[in-house]
Write a protein that binds this ligand. Structure first.
Ligand code: ADP
Ligand code: MG
Ligand code: MG
Ligand code: MG
Ligand code: MG
Ligand code: MG
Length: 683
């Protein structure tokens, strides 16, 4: 969670005058944390996921599905129930093999049939917690306490996710339901919320999204308004339309009102903000209103956290493509499969100078990326990290870097933070400037938590016993908890493999950026190749020194490493996940690697079977045997009788899709066995 302090937020003109002050206080807080926690050793491995939901409101009579704006009421109901639960009471009742939920207090068990096996959610297991999100139609839920690495905990991930969904649903109105889909298909299109509001709000100034869609906590509307003010125009997101046989060519987004004169920003579209052939979106809500699956790991010490950060970094775009679930935006089928660039564009607060459209005059730097974007620098203290891998023209604040180095932080970590701190704090609460900064992290978090990169390096919060953590942030939320659990568990097991086998996944970071672009392309998971390292293993031990010395005295010197360009190549995701023998470099594949890791640890047969089910989902998504959510949804739309092959996803198609997605999420069923194309056959 970012900060949710209540107070008086500064409008942008005031905030920008205090930006340096906040940065300096933030660095002061970072240094305090660094000094207190850098020596942490042997923190235990803990990890946890975050699931984000859209709250759908049905009008069954008119066959319409919209976004419900009742986030606050639902969270209030959840909080009230939490109190009730703490009061205790109630006898558990176990019943049946499907998701069975006995009303609160919740120490009663949830029993789920997994492959015919009952999974019992224990009385002592802490309840999940629910959090607000940017969209007033969103919820976020995390496990009540982080998971350990125990097999019991790994197998409780999916039941825990199901429990979250069930609890969330219990606290909604009968016509409402939580779904796990990254973007609402008709976001920003006609009447898409309940209740309906016209798009005339002064915070976003959007033509499509009313300000009432934003979480009303003052931080969020201020975030939207200040990003727009800092940028000097509305954000402009253009995603390529999917041309179907009846889509007009050229495609000009028909939803844009070129004649609106409500705000100066209405000029944006008259000045060419919307691109031909693209769906145009103009507000933060299009991006920050979408849902993702994030996984946070605690490492045993800072060194391990830094290593994990770097090693997981190249997997960001691969897992983005593999989890693709966003084929529809603003009521149009698009030619991309993932949400990432929508969010990136939705919070791009860079001025024209920073975007390189005008010569620098008022700003300090030209900045190549949005503050929501892929990672731009590796940061591990690792001899395998060659300078050539950090090959982006990284913008950093030299003064901040010097201050960090002067205070004992090493070059690479200082560079990482000096890069994050090139940004301005967007929302500053006046009150926080009047209070002492010591012993807190609020100013640091102000910058840290509004640098939305695909990995996040999370220092310990001051005063507690939480360790150094790393967050994996690129994945799309999946339609079912089986899939969400599979992606989470795959990522967790992969971290074990990375650490146990000392894997080296480094490729130049510019190639990670390139992979991010590839991951967006429709059906990238099967059609694109991605840059990946050919040999992940540590080099074999050198032969006998005497032997080589005889042939050449020079060979006693350290071996010259091969050229960086030789280290990586283009692979399909199938090859990366499942391995290949067809190439000059035999590549074992990440899933076989995880399997061989599981062979070496003590795991019982039932657990091994369950884990295999999750790994198989990932493996079959990679090979194309199973469809991604994106491809499954495209087929659903394509086969719907009311779809006219013109890229338009109308209200009725949307309604039926939402019903299907709800059913998939709650029962794992889509009718006619259609779920098998997505999920395979379980058991
Ligand atoms: P944010 O929104 O800042 O990313 P959240 O608090 O929403 O963070 O979620 C963080 C996730 O990390 C949750 O799943 C939580 O269970 C998990 N978590 C909490 N404490 C730890 C810890 N010490 N180590 C690892 N994961 C943790
Ligand atoms: Mg969170
Ligand atoms: Mg968050
Ligand atoms: Mg969130
Ligand atoms: Mg998070
Ligand atoms: Mg980018």
């Amino acid at each position: 969670m970012g900060l949710l302090a209540l107070g008086t937020p500064l409008v942008w003109d005031e905030a920008k005058k205090r930006a340096d002050q906040v940065r300096q206080l933030g660095i002061q807080q970072l240094l305090e944390i660094w000094n207190s926690y850098r020596g942490n050793e042997r923190d235990i491995l803990l990890w946890g996921d975050e699931i984000e939901y859209l709250v759908i409101s049905y009008d069954d009579e008119n066959k319409n599905a919209t976004l419900s704006l009742r986030q606050a009421e639902i969270l209030d109901a959840l909080a009230a129930d939490e109190k009730l639960r703490k009061a205790g009471g109630g006898v558990p009742e176990i019943n049946g093999t499907t998701v069975e939920f006995v009303p609160s207090p919740y120490e009663c068990y949830l029993v789920i049939g997994l492959n015919g096996m009952l999974t019992v959610y224990r009385k002592s297991d802490p309840l999940p917690t629910f959090h607000p999100e940017f969209g007033r139609f969103m919820l976020e839920a995390t496990p009540g306490a982080p998971f350990s690495l125990s097999w019991k905990d790994l197998l409780s991930v999916e039941p825990n996710m199901k429990l979250r969904r069930t609890i969330a649903k219990k606290h909604m109105a009968p016509h409402e339901t939580p779904i796990t889909l990254p973007a609402f298909p008709r976001m920003g299109r006609d009447i898409f919320t309940t209740p309906h509001y016209p798009a005339t709000g002064s915070k976003s100034r959007s033509q499509f999204i009313p300000d009432e869609c934003i979480n009303p906590h003052i931080r969020f509307p201020t975030l939207a308004a200040n990003i727009r003010s800092r940028r000097g125009s509305k954000v402009a997101i253009n995603m390529p339309v999917f041309y179907d046989v009846n889509t007009p060519r050229p495609f000009l987004d028909p939803t844009i009102d070129y004649d609106r004169h409500l705000f100066p920003e209405d000029d944006d579209v008259r000045n060419g903000a919307a691109k031909e052939g693209h769906v145009y979106m103009d507000a933060m809500g299009f991006g920050m209103g979408s849902c993702c699956l994030q996984i946070t790991f605690q490492a045993k010490n800072i060194g391990e956290a830094r290593r994990l950060y770097d090693q997981l970094c190249p997997l960001g775009p691969i897992m983005l493509a593999l989890s693709a679930n966003t084929p529809i935006l603003k009521g149009f089928l698009v030619d991309t499969d993932v949400r990432w660039n929508v969010i990136s564009g939705a919070v791009d607060d860079r001025t024209e100078e920073e975007r390189g459209l005008k010569p620098l005059k008022n700003n300090r730097w030209k900045i190549p990326k949005s503050r929501y974007d892929s990672v731009s620098t590796y940061l591990a203290d690792d001899p395998r990290l060659r300078d050539e891998y950090n090959d982006l023209d990284l913008v950093i604040d030299e003064d901040i870097k010097k201050r960090l180095i002067d205070n004992g932080m090493d070059e690479r970590l200082s560079t990482h933070f000096a890069h994050l701190f090139i940004r301005d704090p967007i929302v500053i609460f006046q009150e926080t400037l009047d209070e002492p900064a010591e012993g807190k992290a609020d100013h640091f978090e102000n910058l840290q938590s509004t640098n939305w990169q695909h990995m996040r390096f999370k220092p310990p919060p001051p005063g507690g016993n939480i360790g150094w953590r790393v967050e994996f942030r690129s994945m799309e939320i999946q339609l079912t908890d089986f899939e969400n659990a599979a992606f989470a568990i795959f990522t967790v097991l992969l971290t074990r493999v990375i650490l146990s086998y000392d894997l080296n996944l480094y490729i130049p970071i510019s190639k990670v950026d390139d992979n991010m672009t590839r991951a967006h392309i429709r059906n990238a998971v099967l059609d694109q190749k991605f840059w990946f390292r050919k040999n992940l293993f540590p080099p074999p031990r050198m032969g006998s020194r005497a032997g080589s010395a005889r042939t050449s005295p020079a060979s006693t010197r350290p071996v010259t490493p091969i050229a960086v360009e030789e280290e990586y190549g283009l692979f399909t995701i199938d090859e990366i996940m499942n391995g290949t023998k067809d190439r000059e470099c035999e590549f074992i594949g990440l899933i076989p690697l995880i399997e061989s890791y599981l062979d070496t640890v003590n795991v019982d047969v039932i657990t091994r079977c369950e884990l295999a089910g999750y790994l198989q989902l990932i493996s079959k998504r990679a090979s194309g045997e199973l469809k991604t959510g994106a491809s499954w949804i495209r087929d659903f739309v394509g086969n719907h009788p009311e779809y006219n092959k013109d890229s338009q996803v109308g209200d009725r198609v949307n309604y039926d899709l939402m019903k299907m997605v709800e059913r998939l999420g709650s029962e794992g069923i889509a009718g006619d066995g259609k779920e098998q194309e997505l999920l395979g056959r379980r058991g």
